[in-house]
Write a new protein. Sequence first.
Length: 147
Amino acid sequence: MAPLFLIITLFFLWRQRKKEALLTGSLGLGSWILKEALKRLVKRFRPHLWLWPDPAYGYSFPSGHALGAMVCYGWLAWLLAKSFPQHQTKIFAVSGILIFLIGFSRIYLGVHWPTDVLAGWLLGTLLVISAVYGTRRPDNKNQPKTR
């Protein structure tokens, strides 16, 4: 996911959209830091259900693929839906299917428990929601007027 985050961030910098570039870069780096911190904190072992010649290494919780997919494709879907509101349903549907398939593949391959994937999706959703709120302009209606 890191190359995609980098490409999107550079695109926004090229287009002089600094807020979106900052949020995209922060999401990519923040999701990686959160994943690494939680893996070291929880230290949950992977389910070695299949005998793969090259097994997955490292801790299992949360699923970095599920977290990364939710953050990357969820954020990208939101940005695209904002730019193309007439295609919003299709954009979110394609993004949702992609996120689901990536998460499901982790369980199918036997490298994550279902709760690892669910945690990745949940954490990714929280990060995307916070980034969405970061793009909103402050509401000045309730602020006292100054002279």
